[in-house]
Every structure is written in C-alpha cells, then in structure tokens.
Design a protein around this ligand. Structure first.
Ligand code: C2E
Ligand code: MG
Ligand code: MG
Ligand code: MG
Length: 294
C-alpha cells in the first residue's frame, strides 16, 4: 500500500515538474519573441523627497503583456530570463530604453542634471566583464551624464561575489555610475559586505517598511540601517511606502527619500511625463498669462 502511494505521488510529482519545465520553456520562447518584436515596455515609478513629495528620480520597471497570457509579472519572467541567459539581451534593452527616455526628457528640459533613473541589474549581468564598457558606450550614445543613472543590484551579488563580479562593480563605479543595494535587509548583508563593495546606497526592502508604525522590530531594523548607512556615507531610499504613517516614521528615523503607492504605482512613460514632469514643471508667468487669456 505504501509502495503504491509512493508511486502515485512520484507520478504526480513528475507530471507537475514536467508541466513547470514546459511552462518555463514556453515563457522563455514568448519572451524572446517579445524582445525581438518590441513588445516590452518600461514603467516608471516616481522616487520622491519624503518631506515635500518633490520628485527626485524614478525607478524603471520592465513590463510585458503577452498576447495570449496577458500581463506577466517581472517577478515571474526575470528569473526565467536569468536562468536562460536571455537577461543579457533584456538588460541591454532596459538600459538603452531608459537612457533614450532620459535623453528625451533632458532634451525637452523636463528634468535637470540631478534627476536620476534607477535600473535593476541582475546578478548574471554583473558576471559579464563587458558590462561596464556597454554601460559607458550607451551613456555616450545618448549623451546622458553618469549621474543620471543608478544601478540597483541585489545583496546576493555582494555575498557570492566572484572576482569577475568584483571587477565589474569596481569598473562601473570608476565610470561614475552609482550603485544601490536593492531589497536591502532581505539577504544577509553585513557591514563588511557594504564596506568591501563600491556601492553608494541602499534601498530598504518594503517588507521592513510594511510594519512601520505597528511593528517595533521593523522600526529598529530601519533605525539600524540608517545608522549603518550614515556611518558608511551611503544614501538610503525606502521602497513600498504605502501610508502617511509609514512616511512619518521613516522621516522621524532620518530617511529622506522614498517610493511607493502612497505617491504612485509604476506608470507608463507617457503618464509619468504628464503627471510628474509636465504638470510639475515651473511654468513661466508669461506662458501662464498666455494660457489664461487664450
Ligand atoms: P524591485 O526592483 O524591488 O521593484 C520594486 C517592486 O515593488 C516593483 O514590482 C514595484 O511595482 C513594487 N512596488 C512599488 N511600490 C510599491 C508599494 O507601495 N507597495 C507594493 N506592494 N509594491 C510596490 P514589479 O514592477 O512587479 O517588479 C518586481 C521585481 O522584478 C523588481 O523588484 C525587480 O527585482 C524585478 N525587475 C523589474 N524590472 C526589472 C528589470 O528591468 N530588470 C531586472 N533585472 N529586474 C527587474
Ligand atoms: Mg529595484
Ligand atoms: Mg526593490
Ligand atoms: Mg523589493
């Protein structure tokens, strides 16, 4: 009896494994197609000064809507792209599209020198020794200053750092590109890792922001992250800010910059331009008069 149960389970296990593998292969093929036919897009989420709500930057987040499956979360397809190696081509597209957009905003004088866009970079991209050269080439091609782009890396990159990754991070930093550790606190980052790597900031994971105002432990963690970042002269951004209460606690703890649904979900480039750049641009008085009297 036990034996037949066991066999039954194995068969089921095999079937679901097979199903999962097939699903991954199908997603990979569809994603490759989407990249080739221009079906990938970037959404932008504003990053703001907590006290004033003033825009300081944005995070570029990839979006994909498959004609058959509908929208697929990057949390699902990025790991597949990472495993299959497709992330290299996707990563190049994300960087290029981001810089194209920043260049367009700069040309339209909608953003200034100090506006930056964060781009997520996967561990596998950082194992490519040609990455710094590609980043530098793309910056030149779009004539965008290094200070306008921030690379978001994961904690795992610092922990499993190989000599290749170390060199890539070092070369990127030498280019003048800023690097922040995304989802900070979810991995095992210790002070030592932050000190040994040329990162310029951390982004506090939203799982710690969630409990601010209700969970004393989360508050202590954020307090510790701020103290550590101050000591190491790292910038701090809070992600996943959803409530005014969280915003208040963050401010009280000394965090000055954040992003989250409290201000906006990630939106299309068009909507970001309208709602965050055009609407907030300082309109010269003469133009206002002209608009008013027409
Ligand atoms: P992430 O880099 O930590 O991005 C933040 C995620 O939190 C985004 O999910 C964003 O939509 C979501 N978020 C922002 N504010 C809030 C909030 O107030 N509440 C809640 N509940 N969520 C919030 P998204 O866009 O689904 O991206 C998921 C992950 O996929 C990203 O996490 C990042 O790791 C990865 N990813 C996205 N775009 C790219 C990309 O272009 N390249 C790479 N390599 N990874 C990407
Ligand atoms: Mg990110
Ligand atoms: Mg994050
Ligand atoms: Mg996160």
């Amino acid at each position: 009896r036990a034996k037949s149960d066991g066999r039954g389970r194995w068969t089921e296990f095999d079937a679901s494994m097979h199903e999962r593998v097939r699903e991954r292969v199908e997603i990979e093929l569809a994603l490759r197609q989407a990249l080739a036919t221009g079906q990938l897009h970037l959404a932008y989420q504003p990053i703001v000064e907590l006290a004033s709500g003033k825009l300081v930057g944005a995070e570029a987040l990839i979006r994909w809507s498959d004609p058959v499956r509908g929208p697929i979360s990057p949390a699902v397809f990025i790991p597949i792209a990472e495993d299959s190696g497709l992330i290299a081509a996707i990563g190049r597209w994300v960087l290029d599209e981001t810089l194209r957009q920043v260049a367009a905003w700069r040309a339209d004088e909608l953003v200034g020198e100090d506006f930056w866009v964060s781009v997520n970079v996967s561990p596998r991209q950082l194992r490519d020794p040609t990455l710094p050269g590609k980043v530098s080439e793309a910056l030149e091609r779009w004539d965008v200053p290094q200070s306008s782009v921030v690379l978001e890396i994961t904690e795992s990159v610092m922990i499993d750092a190989s000599t290749v990754t170390d060199q890539v991070l070092f070369d990127l930093r030498r280019l003048g590109v800023k690097m922040v550790v995304d989802d900070f606190g979810t991995g095992f980052s210790a002070l030592g890792y932050l000190r040994r790597h040329p990162v310029t900031g951390v982004k506090i994971d939203r799982s710690f922001v969630d409990g601010l105002g209700t969970d004393a432990e989360d508050e202590e963690i954020v307090r510790a992250v701020v103290a550590m970042s101050t000591a190491l002269k790292l910038t701090v951004v809070a992600e996943g800010v959803e409530t005014p209460a969280q915003q208040d606690v963050l401010s009280a703890l000394g965090v000055t910059v954040g992003q989250g649904h409290l201000w906006s979900v990630p939106v299309s480039a068009e909507e970001f331009t309208e709602r965050w750049l055009v609407a907030l641009a300082v309109v010269p008085e003469s133009t206002q008069d002209a608009a008013g009297s027409s």
